[in-house]
Design a binder for this molecule. Structure first.
Ligand code: TYC
Length: 122
């Protein structure tokens, strides 16, 4: 069996630059420049309220596709029902888009007009 990682993945070292010294005698210093990395832009997946999708269907979607427990799923569903929309989860772009598509496919398959969208966080 493969052993489990105990450390977070190491940040790859930044590039090395060749910097001539101020003396101008041809001496060059090799300098490691810190890597410029940013965390990925995150996207929140929102579900929108409508008058037709059954509450139970929304709760099950939140449990199955967003891994919410029954109580949390019910709270999110009720928030959407009352406020018009609510956040189901926050993910990198590809995962957020996939979640939206899975929800829309399941809703259409079941004949419900449920709407689900994603938008960048901040
Ligand atoms: N408003 C719906 C009803 O009363 C329930 C509902 C909740 C629908 C959340 C969509 O995203 C939704 N049956």
């Amino acid at each position: 069996m493969k052993s489990m990682a105990t450390q977070p993945p190491a940040v790859p070292p930044g590039p090395i630059v060749h910097r001539p010294t101020p003396e101008g005698d041809g001496t060059v210093v090799l300098e490691r420049v810190p890597q410029k990395i940013k965390p990925p832009q995150m996207y929140q997946v929102l579900m929108l309220n409508d008058d037709y999708t059954p509450m139970e269907f929304v709760v099950v979607v939140l449990q199955e596709f967003f891994h919410k427990d029954r109580e949390t799923a019910t709270q999110i569903m009720l928030k959407i029902h009352l406020d018009g929309k609510g956040v189901c989860g926050v993910y990198p772009h590809d995962i957020a888009n996939t979640k939206v598509q899975l929800v829309l496919d399941a809703a259409r398959q079941a004949g419900h007009p449920l709407q689900c969208v994603c938008e960048p966080v901040e």
